[in-house]
Design a protein around this ligand. Structure first.
Ligand SMILES: [Fe+2]
Length: 402
């Protein structure tokens, strides 16, 4: 849920005549969730937003997932997926490669240097975390300048493209959900305002500020969309390239509560305590069947007998995925994990700090780690890219020296 914004040129009353300076009638589009019964925005187009002139299949990359069997904790080295200068010819949309997924959520990774095609994910809300680099995300609502540490939330069906300068790789960790992605409900009032106890609030959210007013004809939009499920419980997703007769960013103004926005992880205020605080205090977003948390640089526990490293834990109802973005992750010392790593600690495996890290954390007053965690409530399988960048020694890293 986001709060109300109004940008650009809109009429004083909804669903009434709105004309440009020359007297031409503008076309109102409602973009809304749950039919007409939840958050929505009204956008005013210069040309008919429904006019399309062609459609052809878009062959999507492989999104099948292999079961984590036999059961193992896993370590994936995402930076190995784009060696050398491979990033220069990749874009955020067509270049992303799935590393983990289940029927609720798919996690992909890309290092990109090219501007993406116009793209709309009609199957998923997307939460794209920018690990490194910068880009401009253009949308019908306007543009968002995004850079390292930004979560970019793109509601389902938001046509957009990632504009990359190509001077450095844009490293993006892409979370695609079959549900909507929103701040945790417990951080919001009954009408959606971020509470005093929330780790971030409306002032920290950046949204497009002015319309792009693009003009153009025959604009191809790459669309991911749902198809009839094949009985697996996971909706199958298909791709199409739909040619729109006019530019999708021809909007002169919009208002409402549904729009893309960004939150930088540096604006997330961590909660600390006398003793170790569990991951839920670090939660940033949620969707059906998963949560997104982040571990940011912070002062840690100040009880005189505290152990700042996490205690060992068995998450009996979830698989836990941590993407290590920056800093020194003390609890994983000696495991080979560093920036660009992903750990998968599945249900059924008790996990915690590597040998020596638990004791070694005593007396530590501050950590400089930066990591993004996705906990899923259904088991995750490995995508082809995930299986292809695995450090197979990780599973035994707690047993070294026995
Ligand atoms: Fe954990």
């Amino acid at each position: 849920m986001t709060h109300y914004r109004a940008v650009g040129n809109i009429p004083p009353k909804r669903h009434t005549q709105h004309r440009d300076a020359g007297g031409a009638l503008l076309y109102e589009e409602l973009m809304g969730e749950q039919g007409f019964s939840a958050e929505s925005s009204l956008l005013y187009h210069r040309r008919l937003p429904a006019a399309i002139v062609a459609s052809r299949p878009w062959e999507l990359p492989d999104t099948t997932a292999t079961a984590n069997h036999p059961l193992l904790p896993r370590h994936l080295l995402l930076h190995d997926l784009f060696p050398g200068e491979e990033w220069k010819s990749a874009d955020v949309v067509t270049g992303r490669r799935m590393v983990l997924g289940n029927g609720d959520v798919r996690i992909s990774y890309v290092a990109a240097g090219e501007t993406s095609p116009y793209y709309s994910n009609a199957a998923s809300d997307e939460c794209v975390f920018v690990e490194a680099g910068s880009a401009i995300v253009e949308t019908p609502f306007g543009a968002l300048e995004v850079s390292q540490g930004d979560y970019v939330i793109l509601p389902r069906g938001t046509t957009h493209r990632w504009v990359c300068a190509g001077e450095e790789p844009l490293r993006a960790y892409c979370i695609e959900a079959n549900s909507h992605i929103a701040p945790p409900k417990r951080h919001l009032s009954s009408t959606g305002q971020h509470l005093e106890t929330a780790p971030y609030c409306e002032r920290d959210l950046r949204a497009p500020m002015q319309p792009l007013l693009c003009e153009g004809e025959d604009v191809e939009v790459y669309v991911k969309h749902r198809a009839a499920a094949a009985g697996s419980g996971a909706p199958s997703i298909l791709g199409s390239v739909v040619t729109r007769a006019s530019h999708p960013f021809d909007v002169v103004g919009w208002d409402g509560c549904l729009y893309p926005y960004a939150l930088n992880v540096a604006d997330f205020e961590p909660l600390t305590g006398r003793v170790h605080q569990p991951p839920p205090v670090h939660q940033a977003f949620e969707g059906d069947g998963f949560v997104v948390c982040n571990f940011v640089p912070r002062k840690v526990d100040y009880h005189p007998l505290s152990i700042p490293a996490p205690y060992y834990h068995s998450n009996v109802d979830s698989d836990e995925v941590i993407f290590y973005c920056a800093g020194n992750y003390g609890a994983r010392k000696g495991s080979g994990i560093g920036p660009g790593s992903v750990s998968l600690h599945p249900a059924g495996h008790t996990h915690g700090p590597q040998p020596g890290a638990y004791e070694g954390s005593i007396g530590v007053e501050r950590v400089d780690e930066l990591a993004v965690m996705v906990d899923t409530f259904r088991p995750l399988g490995l995508g082809a890219a995930g299986a292809g960048c695995e450090d197979a020694n990780y599973a035994w890293s707690w047993s070294h020296g026995r």
